[in-house]
Design a protein around this ligand. Structure first.
Ligand code: SF4
Ligand code: SF4
Length: 162
């Protein structure tokens, strides 16, 4: 069986237009009440095959939002004052969100593990926001993530075939 990350690399250019159109139509038309259940199922099936440790595109490309609770938890874990952690690791982006200030993330190791995995930001835990009955709320995000996340590519492919 073809590696799902390699399959994404091979097919993403040729399918991007059709996938974006599919997601845009979902957004424009009335969202099916089954969509989030189908997405939850597709998410579980896809993540059973995709090995994030062979990818880490999210950690190398998209600075995660770090909320106040994340900030306190991570600063405590690192033995830093909140203000020190904010100064050293965080910045405000153009949308006014507080995010990690460097990409690739400074907590990402060469083997794609995260040095603060147990206390990582909520946004990292929730990425790519395709499950927990939240797929339909994040259509615009999925359109952007088609460029970064092989799992989103496969989830959308699975939904297109339903
Ligand atoms: S981009 Fe998607 S597949 Fe890659 S590590 Fe992040 S969540 Fe996993
Ligand atoms: S905190 Fe960890 S999981 Fe989040 S982007 Fe950085 S390396 Fe990735």
């Amino acid at each position: 069986m073809e590696d799902p990350i390699q399959a994404w690399k091979n097919k993403k250019s040729e399918t991007l237009h059709a996938q974006k159109k599919f997601l845009t139509n979902l957004r424009k038309n009335k969202i099916s009440k089954n969509l989030d259940s189908e997405a939850d199922r597709a998410h579980d099936q896809v993540f059973a095959k995709v090995d994030c440790l062979k990818c880490a595109n999210c950690c190398t490309s998209i600075p995660p939002i770090v909320n106040k609770t994340d900030t306190r938890r991570i600063a405590k874990h690192l033995g830093m004052k909140v203000s020190e952690f904010q100064q050293e690791y965080l910045v405000q982006d153009e949308d006014g969100d507080t995010v990690m200030n460097v990409s690739p993330c400074r907590f990402l190791e060469a083997d794609n593990t995260c040095t603060i995995y147990e206390v990582r930001p909520k946004a990292c835990r929730a990425y790519p926001h395709t499950n927990r009955h939240e797929f339909s709320k994040n259509i615009n995000l999925h359109i952007q993530n088609l460029n970064y996340c092989p799992a989103v590519f496969h989830i959308v492919e699975q939904l297109r075939s339903v």
